[in-house]
Design a protein around this ligand. Sequence first.
Ligand SMILES: Cc1cc2nc3c(=O)[nH]c(=O)nc-3n(C[C@H](O)[C@H](O)[C@H](O)COP(=O)(O)O)c2cc1C
Length: 171
Amino acid sequence: MRALVVYESMFGNTEEIARAIGEGLGTDEILPVDHAPRDLAGYDLLVVGAPTHVHGLSRPSTRKAAADQGSGSTRTGEPGVREWLGGFTVLPPALDTAVFDTRIGKPRWLTGSAARSAQKILSGLGHAPAAPAESFLVEGDGTETKLVAGETERAREWAAGLRLRRRASRA
Ligand SMILES: Cc1cc2nc3c(=O)[nH]c(=O)nc-3n(C[C@H](O)[C@H](O)[C@H](O)COP(=O)(O)O)c2cc1C
């Protein structure tokens, strides 16, 4: 199975989860969204992740706000996942997809979820997810957040589950 992980990350939390997901999937194709391909032919599974900004996927204005709040440099640049996914009119029909985000560890109705927003874009392309959208939780405020203990391991296990699910669906 050929799997690609695409991530957006301002300060590293989502990147860390993306790397754990790559490990769980057994792939080293883990690409920042600003270097992600537009041609997904040949991939069996696409996993996309982003930080939650203002209850959903980031926008250029929230990314700029994040960069201004931090040291100015961010892990990924333009475009974000919203624009990258929004640039597709069709995805390869045999491609499985799954989405994740990082967000504050409070009830989802309070925090929103970038993964839910990404899922809506994929649904708009007629693409049913291989698994429900997943969130990995952080604690802290603003640019000073860090992953809650155990979330990296949970991401690895979630990805291993995706791999098994893909194998079972093709058996
Ligand atoms: C501009 C901005 C807006 C944010 N809005 C939300 C939000 O609405 N809900 C939430 O749960 N977290 C929010 N966060 C927190 C981030 O989702 C969280 O810190 C995330 O793990 C950052 O990922 P990164 O380190 O990969 O950039 C926001 C952070 C920033 C910088």
